[in-house]
Design a protein around this ligand. Structure first.
Ligand code: ZN
Length: 71
């Protein structure tokens, strides 16, 4: 598990049932990858590792000067 991911960052999670997107923080995803859609109430399971990957990619696209896992 990468240590240098900002745990307060938020991720948009699309609901597979109704398509509603909602935000979760990385910290919440790490603690419990089981979510519940606020719109339709369906239980959603997400892969925290995939989310981490997306966060890192998004950070890279955003032009972050920081380097991930460089050391
Ligand atoms: Zn939903």
């Amino acid at each position: 598990m990468p240590q240098n991911v900002d745990r307060s960052a938020t991720v948009n999670i699309p609901c597979p049932q109704c398509g509603e997107k909602f935000e979760q923080t990385v910290a919440e995803l790490e603690m419990g990858p089981r979510l519940r859609c606020p719109a339709c109430g369906v239980a959603i399971r997400v892969d925290a590792r995939k989310i981490m990957q997306r966060i890192k990619e998004a950070a890279a696209k955003a032009g972050e000067a920081k380097r991930w896992g460089g050391g």
